[in-house]
Design a protein around this ligand. Sequence first.
Ligand code: RFL
Ligand code: PHB
Length: 389
Amino acid sequence: MKTQVAIIGGGPSGLLLAQLLHTKGIDSIVLERKTRDYVLGRIRAGVLEQGLVGLMEQAGCAERMHREGFLHSGTLISYDDQMFRLDFTEHTGRAVMVYGQTEVTRDLYAARDKIGGQVEFNVADVVINSAEQGPVEICYKIEGKPQKLEADFVAGCDGFHGVSRKTIPEDVRREYEKVYPFGWLGVLSETPPVNDELIYANSPHGFALCSMRNDQLSRYYIQCSMQDQPSDWSDEAFWTELKRRIPASEAANLVTGPSIEKSIAPLRSFVTEPMRWGRLFLCGDAAHIVPPTGAKGLNTAASDVHYLFQALTQFYTEDCSDGIDGYSEKALRRVWKTERFSWWFSSLMHRYPDQSEFDRKMQIAELDFLRSNEAAQKAMAECYVGLPY
Ligand code: RFL
Ligand code: PHB
């Protein structure tokens, strides 16, 4: 088989790139390790920046999002028993869209089906050959049968555990990492959200987040130990702990119910440099990870997709390689700023195992400052709604 752009990974980055390329008549084939049902069963991001909303529009996939998603013009931040609101629209003129990553991916698959775009599922043992000079040759297996795909370029959209990043030789690749000493225990429940807006809570018992998917579906998280298993937490224990960590006025309104999903996610900051090696481009979680505080993972994947889409379009329609040559530097400049924001917000909101009384006072002082200082609020709001591409 032959194509112009081979895309490894059928998550949101890979599919969004495929659909955008299609709008410019650029052909691609997506190779996905899992089944479609598996990919659509993952519960992940919930908050989309306007940049990503714009890309979904450009890809012709935004109709349901505009119908069913919710625009949020601010968020609530609590510490101890106090709570304040950060108004995004007042500070930036912009808002964010609450619409699940699962739904984004579902819409992208539906659009892919509509155009008859090729996605190969259950691909195993992917090996990327001759990426440095091209044409790239990708070898893989489906149901044990060897397959080969030739392409001008390959987009590595295969997440943190994929093969693309590891294809870049070790003497070229640099990796920067910080692992946080806790995780997030997440629960999805068919209950109305406790508040119309998200609540990020710093409490002496640890961080909590009240989020949502729609007015009958809530998503809650609490900071937990990485030694914990989801099965260690009964629903009752989860709700009791969540109520301890949010202001009493909110806890009094919390509607609890059975969890329909419960999982623990680790928190990690991670960046690979460079994001391009010859004809291989890394996109999204394949190149970088942020802790989920501030909801930047999927959104940063989207900004990579934007830069790569621009670069490939320029190559195919204007016969110009500038975009391709500048991809890694351009993408990384925004990645590092987003890494900084996610690291800062995580550090501000969590309880660290070795946290001293002094450290806690510093968190409270910074939250007090944020609550009362316009400039600090504006800086945070600009990062939360998304830095420009
Ligand atoms: P994905 O989603 O991991 O998709 C990669 C795909 O590649 C496939 N794959 C392979 N395919 C072929 N061959 C191989 N060798 C392969 N290896 C892997 C995988 O099966 C998969 O289908 O990466 P992508 O597309 O870059 O998307 C990134 C986002 O999924 C991620 O950044 C976000 O989910 C992070 N995240 C959030 N981001 C936000 O912007 N806003 C949020 O509110 C938000 N909340 C979250 C999050 C992540 C979380 N977890 C579980 C890590 C909340 C949580 C709890
Ligand atoms: C979510 O709804 O899953 C979510 C929202 C905001 C975050 C992280 C996750 O910062």
